[in-house]
Write a protein that binds this ligand. Structure first.
Ligand code: ZN
Ligand code: ZN
Length: 130
């Protein structure tokens, strides 16, 4: 065991392979439960509504989305870190990821990723919030 600073609260904790201190891990699990329970009853809710109704910070919900933990809920999106396009998980949108690949090594599962990207783009149209 080694002592580390928790990236979330900054306190020293004994690292056991997980990235955060116990308190933050528990808080994270509790927040995730709140969000998931709310979404079970309100599958069409967007991030702002979820945050307002559950009291969970937007930033945390965004983290859950980027980690791919809320993939079942199509309305929940985060912004691509390069172009700002809405994406359902991860950090980059399909086209930015593609731009990065350009001639590089083979991506892991190109077919699946491409299909997913296309479905999402289709669904986004007409659903634009200004
Ligand atoms: Zn902590
Ligand atoms: Zn992008």
């Amino acid at each position: 065991m080694q002592l580390r600073n928790c990236p979330r609260c900054g306190r020293l904790f004994a690292s056991s392979g997980r990235g955060m201190c116990n308190e933050c891990l528990q808080e994270d699990a509790r927040d995730y439960d709140l969000v998931r329970n709310y979404l079970r009853d309100n599958p069409g809710a967007n991030m702002v509504e979820v945050s307002r109704e559950t009291g969970v910070e937007l930033g945390k919900i965004e983290e859950f989305i980027r980690q791919g933990r809320l993939l079942a809920y199509a309305k929940l999106q985060v912004a691509c870190e390069i172009c700002g396009a809405p994406i359902a998980s991860g950090r980059l949108c399909e086209s930015c990821r593609r731009g990065f690949r350009g001639g590089g090594p083979e991506p892991e599962k190109p077919g699946l990723e491409e299909m997913r990207g296309r479905v999402h783009i289709g669904r986004r149209r007409g659903d634009r919030r200004s």
